[in-house]
Write a protein of this length. Structure first.
Length: 599
């Protein structure tokens, strides 16, 4: 019986069968993602039925499955038996014995790693210290380390220039093309399906037109210029400058516009009205003062259990308790044109105009404080929506965010005047003289009216301004079977243009990201290192690799944790195999040649 068992394990046929049996699951392990970060994806990909089959067969963690380990053990016994059966203490057998012994070491190391090794994942926030890691995304196990790990700092290096492209999607034909952003470069618009076969016949035909990258604006700001006539537009306007505190800003106000111009640094608003008679100047000032006194943003708060909402002041700095709840709300910030800077990832205002007004609030409740943005034009959109309150930002559409208001009045039968309104009351009135400054109370700023327009033509255009919160943008020229027309595209904002959906896309390219880790053992720091993707921290038999990070807020780092006590045996096995190959292919021929020459 023992002889039969020995003969069975010495069989080369058994070796071939074991190699095939090991090869099959190994191939499956390269096709099916092992230990996916989100195990629910397996059900989405393979369906509930096949997911159950694959989970039973261990396809989601093949290399730690008991059946795979048994195959490795059998291969190790087979190799060991074959080696002993052919063992002869002769020089010519040395290379073969070394390669066999190396294979045994590799198999042994692999078995030790599969049985006693650990592979897990750790999510750790800046300043946090933890000794727990998750083991296997399929089994959701947790293991406690014999020491603690602290994330001192996470650093993201984004010095690389972002990758930029123009995405053009033909809405009707459902075709998309992507073009590299290069100023002055012209590209064909997405082609119909029959154009390519025609072009293979040597016929050049472009039935759709072209798009040209006319100008690239790294720090774009939209400005509007005024010109007089020559046609009658019926739009009266005044062009002015605000001076003070080493600042000079040019702007304009239009009589027919509901929103005044807002000089944000000093919260100064400037409005313009063309009136019929000088006799109504005082009346117009009183009306403006009354409107200004009521100008306040409001925050509407609805408690789900109650039917009627409660309205509170939404001016920056306002803080109040929500009636009937354990929550309080504080208004932290207001921006007239909300946008997130792609470089700094900070919220800023793209312009002074209320194109996308929003407020930032801090909601404090039993679970702590949370901050979120609330948008006036998009009441259903919140950046953090896990608060049991319904919040709605009601922006005052006349003079929100203004503390001092300057009204320019231009009567048809008299001289124009400046009127300063402060704290809801008329403060100062003076005759307007072009080029002469008018002091705006005690703000430290002055206003100068430069020019009046009876029939103003307003032309919006984009400029580069590095002194403000510029947002990347491009100007394109679209030639679509007619006269070419220019359009502006803000980075990240899809725009519909003549049947095409276009977007200027910027994808930030990361140069490097790394974490500074400390090992705390017995209450003392025993190791510290800056780890990168291919440069781990090793301590106590564990290796900590930089694996991922919080791409949104950069608040946590993802670490892959490995412990494999079989690695030294695997390395030793490879070394023996290499030495065995050297003996077989180089040393043995030299020995045979030397013996032959001696004979």
């Amino acid at each position: 019986m023992a002889r039969k068992v020995w003969k069975f394990f010495c069989s080369v046929k058994l070796t071939i069968v074991l190699f095939v049996l090991i090869l099959i699951p190994s191939t499956i392990g390269t096709i099916i993602q092992q230990n996916a970060p989100d195990p629910t994806k397996y059900v989405e990909i393979y369906g509930p039925a096949w997911d159950g089959v694959f989970r039973f067969l261990g396809f989601y963690d093949i290399y730690h499955d008991l059946r795979f380990i048994i195959l490795l053990v059998l291969l190790g016994l087979n190799t060991f038996a074959c080696t002993l059966n052919r063992l002869k203490l002769q020089w010519r057998m040395l290379g073969m014995m070394m390669t066999h012994f190396g294979l045994l070491l590799i198999l042994t190391g692999g078995l030790i790693g599969a049985i006693a090794g650990v592979k897990g994942f750790m999510v750790i926030h800046e300043g946090e210290t933890t000794d727990e890691m998750s083991i296997g995304q399929v089994s959701h196990g947790v293991e406690t380390l014999p020491f603690e790990v602290k994330l001192v700092d996470f650093i993201l290096d984004t010095h690389e220039e972002p990758a930029e492209e123009l995405i053009v999607f033909d809405v009707k034909a459902k075709r998309e093309s992507k073009y590299k952003i290069e100023q002055g470069k012209s590209y064909p618009l997405p082609q119909p399906g029959w154009v390519k076969p025609v072009s293979l016949l040597g016929l050049n035909f472009n039935p759709t037109g072209t798009v040209e990258i006319t100008t690239v604006f790294p720090h774009a700001t939209m400005v509007t210029s005024l010109t007089e006539g020559p046609e009658k537009t019926g739009i009266a306007a005044v062009e002015f400058r605000i001076l003070g505190n080493n600042v000079e800003e040019s702007a304009f106000a239009v009589s027919q516009m509901q929103h005044p111009y807002v000089f944000a640094p000093a919260k100064i608003g400037v409005g313009y009205a063309k009136i019929a008679s000088a006799n109504t100047v005082d009346e117009q000032i009183r009306k403006a003062a009354a409107t200004f006194a009521q100008a306040t943003n409001r925050l509407e708060v609805t408690v789900p259990e109650k039917t009627a909402p409660t309205v509170y002041s939404a001016d920056v700095g306002s803080k109040f308790e929500v009636a009937g709840t354990d929550y309080s709300i504080e208004v932290l910030r207001y921006v007239p044109d909300f946008v997130i800077d792609t470089t700094t990832r900070q919220v800023t205002s793209r312009s002074q105009f209320p194109n996308n007004p929003a407020i930032q609030v801090r909601v404090t409740g039993p679970a702590g404080a949370k901050e979120q943005w609330i948008f006036s034009k998009f009441p259903a959109v919140h950046t953090a929506g896990d608060i049991p309150l319904q919040l709605k930002f009601l922006r005052n559409e006349s003079m929100a965010g203004i503390e001092d208001y300057v009204l320019v009045l231009s009567p048809a039968d008299g001289d124009p005047v400046f009127a300063h309104i402060a704290e809801g009351k008329p403060a100062k009135t003076a005759k307007l003289e072009p080029g002469k400054p008018f002091e705006i109370g005690d703000t430290g700023y002055r206003i100068v009216a430069d020019k009046f327009f009876e029939n103003a033509n307003m032309k919006p255009e984009m400029v580069n301004r590095t002194d403000g919160p510029g947002h990347p943008a491009i100007e394109i020229t679209l030639d679509h079977g007619g006269s070419p027309k220019s359009h502006y595209l803000w980075a990240g904002n899809p725009t519909d243009v003549n049947g095409y959906r276009m977007m200027y896309h910027q994808e930030e390219r990361i140069r490097d990201f790394y974490s500074i880790l400390q090992i705390i053992d017995g209450g003392k720091m025993v190791a510290e290192k800056k780890i990168e993707v291919n440069d781990p921290l090793r301590y106590g038999g564990y290796s900590f690799y930089q694996s991922s990070y919080d791409s949104e807020a950069l608040r946590w780092s993802g670490l892959q944790v490995k412990k494999d006590p079989g690695v030294p045996l695997v390395y030793a096995g490879f070394s023996f195999q290499i030495l065995g190959m050297i003996v077989i292919f180089y040393i043995n021929p030299l020995v045979r040649k030397a013996r032959k020459s001696q004979a």
